[in-house]
Design a protein around this ligand. Structure first.
Ligand code: GDP
Ligand code: GDP
Length: 439
């Protein structure tokens, strides 16, 4: 499961600067995810190939006072509860403050691994960290969030106890072995996730269920649908009660993001009656970011009259325009309508995500695409795509080789993407296209 790092410290020490550096362009992809808070930001970072989640917490002041300061403390406490390791940020320029000591007292008791970082340390010598030993949190690390110094070491220290993700197990499986498609069902509270899951499980045999030992363990359920095996991976925000799943009271962003990361195919459930919310788009954006296959279940279709159906279709098209490649299946989880269609789309998305396309076929398709429409001429002459090979799966990566390809713009890239999708039936999965120029 994706490890989670929380950034904690008093205001102005450089937490947001550090957050932006860790998540780079992936800034705050899921800020205000559930409409719960504006004080916590979530993003994804990477050290080497290894992804992790970062939570930025506004300021932190563990004193019980009323109003905004207290609210911020609560946000920080919630973030600490959700995380595996804390990066505690102090300010080398301001030196050690009484507030730092109070936060340290809190952190020593929180039961999480704490990495103490002294920020704004560019150009400072080791003497700058001397006073911070007093916090009793071990060796302080001098960092500069603004300049990137020491940041990687801090993250590696925070993640040191977490096992590296095993490689992509799909690759080592026997091609012919029946394998369960790992599915997660995500969506806002009340979208109908538990109703959908209970409908899927209820119709067919529930094969196995592992009771989670601790709250960190994922719920896993094997089931069959239409004779095919699936594994429901920790479906965010749900727990099993007796024979059925139900939503837990507290929606956890972290659990949602972890479940998406662990799945092969994400079913994003949207409440058609309420329309597409910003948080639906945030979840979808995160799925895109992780490269997972996706099917959108447009739920509660039974509640809509014909006018509302038209409006809902428009709404989906507008707000989820960046998901044109994903199938949108209208369902009623309650009345069990559309479930077959939905699961077929899941199969199709999975097949697309793991499609293997031989180089000659790809190259032929590339040349056909270029013949129909040449890349626009650029400074360095006209880009010349020559051949293509597949550079990875889940999501599929198509690597295009040729000359002057660095001049190919976004619109031509999109044209090629659409062409490959159509040609190789790649609905339901993100598709990445990379250009490699031979010099
Ligand atoms: P936050 O309130 O903890 O999120 O702090 P911010 O990230 O907003 O940073 C507060 C101020 O410190 C801003 O003016 C930043 O530009 C500055 N700052 C952040 N990191 C560094 C750093 O590494 N070196 C220096 N000199 N300034 C920094
Ligand atoms: P969750 O929080 O996403 O797990 O949502 P639930 O599955 O608990 O559903 C929330 C509410 O919506 C419940 O009252 C469900 O009965 C209702 N609901 C779910 N799916 C449908 C549907 O397809 N049609 C209708 N009319 N109601 C639904």
């Amino acid at each position: 499961m994706l490890p989670v790092i929380a950034l904690v410290g008093r205001p102005n020490v450089g937490k947001s600067t550090l957050f932006n550096r860790l998540t780079r362009s992936r800034d705050a992809i899921v800020a205000d995810f559930a409409g719960l808070t504006r004080d916590r930001q979530y993003g994804q970072g990477r050290v080497g190939p290894r992804p992790y989640l970062v939570i930025d917490t506004g300021g932190f002041e563990p004193i019980r006072t009323e109003g905004i300061v207290k609210a911020m403390a609560n946000q920080a406490e919630l973030a600490i509860e959700e995380c595996d390791a804390v990066i505690f940020v102090c300010d080398a320029r301001a030196g050690l403050t009484p507030q730092d000591s109070r936060i340290a007292d809190f952190l020593r008791r929180c039961g999480r691994k704490v990495i103490l970082c002294v920020n704004k340390a560019e150009g400072l010598s080791d003497i700058a960290k001397a006073e911070f030993y007093e916090l009793g949190l071990g060796e302080p690390l001098l960092i500069s969030a603004a300049h990137g110094q020491g940041v990687r070491d801090a993250v590696e220290a925070a993640l040191a106890d977490f096992p590296e993700e095993e490689g992509d197990e799909e690759e080592v499986l026997d091609e012919n072995a029946p394998r369960a498609i790992k599915v997660t069902v995500a969506g806002r509270p009340n979208a109908g996730k538990s109703t959908l899951i209970n409908a899927l499980l209820g119709e067919e045999r529930l094969i196995a269920y592992d009771m989670p030992g601790t709250t960190r363990d994922a719920i896993k359920v094997d089931f069959e649908y239409g004779g095919r095996p699936y594994e429901l991976v920790d479906t965010a925000g749900l727990r099993r009660k007796g024979k059925v799943f139900e939503a837990v009271e507290k929606f956890s962003v972290v659990k949602t993001l972890q479940a998406i990361q662990d799945a092969n195919v994400v079913i994003l459930v949207i409440d058609a009656k309420n329309g597409v919310a910003e948080s639906d788009a945030h979840i979808a954006g995160y799925v895109l970011e992780t490269g997972r296959a996706l099917v959108v279940a447009v739920n509660k279709w039974d509640l809509l009259d014909s006018y509302e159906r038209e409006r809902a279709a428009l709404d989906l098209e507008q707000k989820l325009h960046f998901l044109r490649w994903a199938r949108m299946i209208r369902i009623s989880a309650l009345k069990r309508n559309g479930l077959n269609h939905l699961m077929r789309a899941v199969d199709e998305a999975h097949a697309a995500a793991y499609a293997k396309i031989p180089t000659p076929k790809l190259t032929r398709a590339l040349l056909e695409a270029v013949q129909r429409q040449q890349p626009p001429r650029a400074r360095g002459g006209r880009p010349k795509p020559r051949y293509a090979h597949q550079g990875g799966s889940n999501p599929p990566v198509i690597v295009v080789h040729g000359n002057a390809l660095e001049d190919i713009g976004e619109s031509y890239r999109r044209y090629l993407e659409a062409f490959f999708r159509e040609k190789f039936n790649l609905a339901g999965t993100p598709l990445r296209i990379e250009f490699r120029t031979k010099d």
